[in-house]
Ligand binder design. Structure first.
Ligand code: SF4
Ligand code: SF4
Length: 360
């Protein structure tokens, strides 16, 4: 049955290895039911990603806290690497953790397997601890800061990423938090405005816009200094055309797939798997989009998103930060196009582009 989805170009699959977590972050959308994906689910997820159409693949292992599922993680990573080689696909893997349980042996293993390590970090202690809440009541910032030298010892600077979440109620501090993360030595930031948490008003959108401009200016200055800063949407555009595809309305499968521990496959974490599962990889069942085929000419077929996503009310639209995402992604697309253009004549931009393509 799953074969009926393999004509889709799935660039990226996010797997929730477990929903167990040692934090209760105020904005978290993961229901902490302490479920664990059986190894079978992980392997089926890898096969689905690698066997789907397209040659470049991204696999992200997250949770909950995926270090609780470390035994299975240790098994599935080498499997994924070998399977991609066998199928002649390029596979980049990332492990996303809150770093609280992180030990040297984990990083040694991930380094050996060529897996990127992504830690959650919101900014300086005050802002980070306000949102990131370990169950033991201790400071999450202190725990992460303590692990930073270890992360940087075992992970290349381009492959040591930060999940840099942005909140409307901390928006005034965005640029300072960005500088703070850089001051700790990180250069690869996945800056993500947080959805479905608190409303993004017009005022917050505008502050975000102003800070975002400063961040992108800083990224260009970093290229001139040859101390390269990477911003995830820009890197994904340079390596996968993600944003240009998005604005041209690409197939839902390209970047949206999320696999839950019970084998349910959905197109975004923001819809319930109980009502919006596209398939169940464990049960080998397909519920939607079997055999449909994205037209070469582009453009969404069959009004697919309109039928799949719920109709958000105006209140929900504010929570989903639609406008802020549009602004952010348009900026990033413009920045990526400028980098492409400059890379044709400027050796520093060419080097930057080369690094993005090699590490994304
Ligand atoms: S560490 Fe991640 S999964 Fe755990 S509560 Fe925080 S946001 Fe949720
Ligand atoms: S109908 Fe939707 S899921 Fe199917 S190919 Fe078109 S865009 Fe992709």
């Amino acid at each position: 049955m799953i074969e009926r989805l393999l004509n889709k170009k799935v660039y990226k699959l996010r797997i929730l290895t477990t929903t167990k977590c040692n934090c209760r972050c105020s904005y978290c959308f993961v229901e902490k039911k302490d479920e664990f994906a059986d190894y079978d689910v992980l392997e089926k997820g890898v096969r689905f990603l690698v066997d789907s159409a397209g040659d470049k693949k991204l696999l992200t292992l997250y949770g909950g806290e995926p270090l609780f599922a470390y035994e299975n993680v240790q098994r599935v990573i080498p499997f994924a690497r070998e399977y991609a080689i066998k199928k002649q696909k390029r596979l980049v893997m990332a492990f996303v953790s809150n770093s609280l349980l992180l030990k040297e042996e984990h990083l040694r293993f991930l380094q050996k397997q060529g897996v990127h390590y992504i830690t959650s970090l919101i900014g300086s202690k005050k802002y980070h601890d306000e949102k990131r809440r370990p169950v033991d009541g201790k400071s999450s910032y202190d725990a992460v800061a303590e692990k930073v030298p270890l992360i940087q010892k075992y992970t290349k600077v381009e492959e040591a990423g930060v999940c840099f979440c942005v909140f409307p109620d901390q928006i005034e501090a965005l640029f300072d938090n960005f500088k703070h993360v850089l001051s700790l030595g990180f250069r690869n930031l996945n800056m993500e405005p947080i959805l479905d948490y608190k409303p993004w008003t017009k005022r917050e959108d505008e502050i975000f816009l102003a800070h975002c401009k400063k961040i992108i200016v800083e990224l260009f200055a970093s290229i001139k200094r040859r101390d390269f800063i990477y911003l995830r949407p820009i890197s994904l555009e340079l390596a996968y055309n993600k944003l240009s595809d998005k604005f041209a309305s690409s197939c839902l499968f390209n970047f949206g797939c999320v696999l839950y521990p019970d084998g349910s496959l959905v197109m975004t974490p923001w819809v319930p798997k109980e009502t919006h599962a596209v398939a169940n990889l464990l049960k080998d069942e397909v519920y939607r989009f079997a055999d449909c085929c994205f037209p070469e000419s582009g453009g969404l077929c069959k009004d697919c998103t309109g039928h799949y996503f719920p109709r958000w009310s105006d209140k929900q639209k504010q929570l989903m930060a639609h406008r802020v995402y549009m602004i952010y992604h348009k900026f990033c697309l413009e920045a990526a196009n400028l980098i492409r253009k400059k890379a044709k004549t400027d050796p520093l931009y060419k080097e930057y582009l080369g690094k993005v393509l090699a590490h994304t």
